[in-house]
Design a binder for this molecule. Structure first.
Ligand code: CTP
Length: 403
């Protein structure tokens, strides 16, 4: 899945011959799963029609501050458009528009959106080779880049003038790749490996039955998706759950028993930077597994159970650089129990869930957590979706590992 998937992208089109490529760019962005709104300068409509771009973007195209029809006038609010965008890509960016972006001139809707935009702005210059080489253009690039805009380098090739050289707008595919790479490079968990355990474990009693628990894996999978979206490579060690992921940054290692989860966790831990153990691991497992289905002949059945290995404690004993996070699911004396686990298991952070809290617990889509840090800082959160909770936990970890 592309990092552009689900992103709101404002595509700014200015009056250069390369504007015809904006149609291809729009199509590529839509194919990546982005939502696209096109803002055109009035003159760019000479090069590509708003109808083409609105059809491809599946959205209205904006090119003036107002739209007037017979009955009423509608204001195209530049601030609303700017705030809608997660990214603003201006392609092609002509010398004229770029110099106005530098000076703060605001004589069309596109420039008003640019001045209002708080999101990252990318611009893909397009002009003839001598214009491109001109010191004033170089100065424009420098100023635009100093403002924090991202320049998508022009390419060498045939130009509309018939000359050949540097100045062609980057090909739409290259613009998309540039933006994707730029976003990935800035993600806070880039180059980090995160190990996450999720779901329940099943401890077999006989070929038919097992000891399990109500964990659905939703919290662990939400953590994995959130970590991947922040740039991490994720090793998700999952007990038996019905959730799936097709995120390429998440490698799912399917396990069933506590012993299998222990082995998989140890296999991947050394190469990881962060480990978050959210699985509900069985504390006990049958001492022997009956080879045949146990018949109900007797009135009473006693199962002998032995303790499973505590994965979290075992990892804390071998940890080096890793930031180690545990979960504590409690039903009474919540804070005290969680603090004890934090200390006993030598963790950097523990995530407390109380089954007494409304909105927390198994199978549901929300959770209510309290984070407790190594130095006993207590940070309570409101009830939130498990997705939001995942981001809260990761944001906290990111702050901690970057200090
Ligand atoms: N955990 C683990 N291995 C186990 C048991 C638990 O890694 N065999 C981890 C869980 O994934 C969780 C943390 O330890 O991150 C705390 O789990 P929890 O079930 O709340 O606590 P326990 O240590 O099992 O203690 P108790 O059941 O007595 O509360």
């Amino acid at each position: 899945m592309s990092v552009l998937s689900g992103k709101n992208i404002i595509l700014g089109v200015t009056a250069g011959i390369a504007a015809y490529k904006s149609a291809f760019l729009t199509r590529l962005l839509i194919k990546k799963g982005a939502n696209v709104k096109v803002v055109m300068t009035p003159a760019s409509k000479e090069f590509v029609t708003p109808l083409t771009l609105s059809t491809l973007s599946k959205n209205e195209v904006y090119s003036s501050f107002t739209i007037e029809d017979d009955d009423n006038a509608q204001w195209n609010n530049h601030v609303d458009i700017a705030q809608w965008g997660d990214l603003f890509i201006i392609a092609p960016a002509t010398a004229n528009t770029m110099s106005k972006m530098v000076s703060g001139t605001c004589d069309n809707l596109l420039l008003a959106v640019y001045l209002s935009a708080k999101c990252p702005v990318y611009y893909a210059p397009a002009m003839d080779l001598d214009m491109y080489k001109h010191p004033s253009t170089k100065d424009t690039f420098k100023k635009l880049n100093d403002f924090g805009n991202f320049q998508i380098p022009a390419e060498v090739g045939e130009l509309a003038s018939g000359l050949s050289g540097m100045g062609r707008m980057a090909e739409p595919q290259n613009i998309v790749s540039f933006v994707e790479k730029n976003i990935l490079d800035q993600l806070p968990l880039k180059n980090k490996c995160i190990l996450i355990t999720a779901g329940p474990t099943y401890e077999s009693i006989d070929p038919v039955r097992f000891i399990g628990n109500h964990s659905s894996g939703k919290m662990g999978y939400a953590l994995a998706e959130a970590a991947a979206s922040l740039g991490a490579q994720v090793k998700l060690i999952s007990g038996p759950v019905s959730i799936k992921t097709n995120n390429e940054a998440i490698q799912v290692i399917h396990v069933s028993t506590a012993e299998e989860m222990y082995k998989a966790s140890h296999e991947f831990f050394n190469n990881c930077d962060i480990a978050i153990l959210s699985a509900a691991v069985a504390d006990f497992t049958p001492k022997t597994v009956a080879s045949q289905k146990i018949k109900k002949g007797k009135d009473c059945l006693t199962l002998e159970l032995t303790k499973t290995k505590d994965i979290l404690t075992s990892l804390s004993k071998i940890k080096k650089r890793q930031f180690l996070v545990g979960f504590a699911l409690e039903t009474q004396n919540e804070l005290e129990n969680a603090k004890t686990k934090l200390k006993k298991k030598n963790l950097d952070l523990i995530v407390l869930n109380s089954l007494n809290d409304q909105g927390a617990g198994f199978k549901i889509n929300t959770n209510k957590i309290t984070l407790i840090s190594k130095d006993n800082k207590i940070i309570p959160y409101e009830v939130k979706s498990k997705k939001e909770v995942a981001f809260d936990i990761l944001k906290y970890i990111i702050r901690e590992i970057h200090v």
